[in-house]
Design a protein around this ligand. Structure first.
Ligand code: 4AD
Ligand code: MG
Length: 483
């Protein structure tokens, strides 16, 4: 048996029956049986589907069969033959059977019944063994792969921005500090502040909140790049849409204006949805059924009107709606929930930020499709966005998705050195710290644009899950950094 190659369950399910002996390895999902035959459902994570192993009790010791319990890992060799039972067309008839690792049924935490997602988060080491998490992690892989494929095919270069940095790209002050200073005995300087010159980098350092600014340096040399990596934000928002550690995809393109930027964002999102529909059919079908089951316990008003796969197909069906902030503002101000004071944050004066309830109203109730809002008031957006001729708005764009709200945030960048420096002054960002960035505007500056896609937010949409913590292997949120 040692020399024989393992066949993955996914591959085996596609094979015709034959007289050749097959070896599989995996984890026991269920075991049932009688005196004449024992049936074991085995999964190896390669697909949502299990295979059925049939064991004749007379061929093996009673003690061995007893060790085949839910969660145990086993190796089986046998013939792949037509199945007599219903539920599967073929099954593996066991010739040899080895328990690789026992799983004590008295203490194994996963049972074949449905567990709550909250409970599963507490057993992160076994969470990937569930159907739901397996499906999600396989889809995560497929979408990550599709992102690289999409940009590679367009001639973009994958560029690695640093995780350790001294800049706060978004200027929102939501950074995690990185230090090797002894926190019990912090060195102080003459004016009573922490003396970072004694720290590892001899400067105040943090984890990145965005790779954009470094990405801009690359775009102004390689033309079209994208970053794809972990991002850290210490915002204390305990919502179903926020993580303290999430992954972001940030393309940055020279010679693109705001419209080119929106076109690329829409094309990319459609590509990812189409790719997932084409490559993750089994996992999506499983998640769709799961959602329908789960919604039976919810009040009708809270249920999704459309099943998951239909919601994905809607994205491909037509153009996204594109409207300015100002138009969105008037639609919202005149909307029923605003007039009836149903919004938690009422829309009253031009210039206020849009909340997730407003974004979702526009997408789910008003337009019933994805919406791109562009040209936002400069006060509510970052310093690097290009100032429009009205001097009130900037060339920003947010893509809003059904059930999610903001999935992408981006803009055309301010390429004019003098305007940019004025904007930095307004936002109290010290130019002296940003020379490395401003140099791009000093030497051969060009029109350029980019955006950031929240990777977990697109996975949330594609899987129909309702909490962002359930689409990342190890969620980090306020008060929660286990494993
Ligand atoms: O809108 P944001 O803050 O934009 C930027 O960071 C820009 N530098 C991007 C760029 O232009 N290159 O974040 C971009 C996206 C959001 O639309 C959202 O999808 C996601 O990142 N995001 C989060 N996802 C999970 N948890 C959080 N705490 C997130 N914060 C932002
Ligand atoms: Mg944003």
């Amino acid at each position: 048996m040692e020399s024989q190659r393992r066949t993955k369950v996914k591959v085996l399910l596609g094979l015709k029956s034959s007289n050749k002996e097959i070896l599989i390895k995996g984890w026991v999902r269920t075991k049932r049986g009688s005196k004449n035959a024992v049936f074991i459902a085995v999964n190896d994570g390669s697909t949502i589907h299990n295979i059925q192993v049939v064991v004749s009790p007379e061929l093996f010791s009673e003690e061995l069969i007893k060790r085949i319990t839910t969660g145990a890992s086993i190796a089986v060799t046998g013939l792949w033959v037509a199945s007599l039972g219903t539920g599967q067309t073929k099954e593996l008839q066991a010739k040899t059977l080895t328990v690789l690792g026992d799983a004590n049924p008295d203490t194994y935490p996963l049972q074949s019944k449905r567990h709550s997602l909250e409970f599963l988060r507490e057993i992160a080491h076994l969470r990937p063994r569930t159907n739901t998490m397996g499906a999600i992690f396989r889809i995560r892989h497929a979408v990550a792969f599709a992102i690289h494929q999409f940009f590679h095919d367009k001639g973009f270069f994958y560029f690695n921005s640093p995780l350790l940095t001294t800049s706060d790209a978004e200027g929102a002050g939501e950074t995690f500090k990185v230090t090797t200073l002894n926190l019990e005995k912090t060195p102080m300087n003459e004016v009573g502040k922490v003396n970072y010159r004694e720290d590892f980098f001899e400067k105040e350092t943090n984890l990145t909140v965005s790779g954009q600014l470094e990405g801009e340096l690359a775009a102004l040399a390689l033309s079209e790049i994208y970053t794809f990596g972990p991002t850290f934000r210490a915002e204390n928002s305990n919502t179903t849409r926020h993580l303290a550690e999430f992954w972001m995809v940030e393309p940055e393109m020279a010679f693109y204006d705001l419209k080119d930027n929106m076109d690329l964002a829409e094309e990319m999102l459609k590509y990812l949805v189409k790719y997932t529909l084409e490559h993750c059919k089994d996992d999506l079908t499983f998640l769709e059924k799961r959602e329908i089951e789960e919604q039976k316990n919810k009040p009708i008003a809270e249920r999704n009107e459309q099943p998951l796969l239909d919601r994905l197909r809607v994205i491909l069906a037509g153009d996204f709606e594109r409207i300015s902030y100002t138009d969105a503002f008037y639609i919202l101000r005149n909307s029923k929930p605003n007039k009836k004071k149903k919004f938690q944050f009422l829309i009253d004066s031009w210039g206020s930020d849009l909340q997730s309830e407003h974004e979702r109203f526009l997408v789910e109730k008003h337009f019933k499709k994805p919406v791109i809002i562009h040209d936002y008031p400069k006060e509510i957006k970052s310093f690097y966005m290009r100032l429009n001729d009205d001097h009130k708005t900037v060339g920003a764009m947010d893509v809003l998705f059904p059930g999610i709200g903001e999935i992408i945030g981006g803009s055309q960048r301010e390429e004019r050195l003098d305007v940019l420096m004025e904007r930095m002054e307004e936002k109290r960002i010290p130019a002296s710290e940003m020379d490395w960035f401003l140099d791009t505007r000093r030497f051969g500056t060009v029109e350029h644009s980019g955006f950031g896609l929240g990777f977990e937010r697109i996975i949330l949409f594609l899987t129909g899950m309702s909490n962002i913590r359930d689409v990342i292997p190890f969620p980090r949120t306020p008060g929660n950094c286990e494993y």
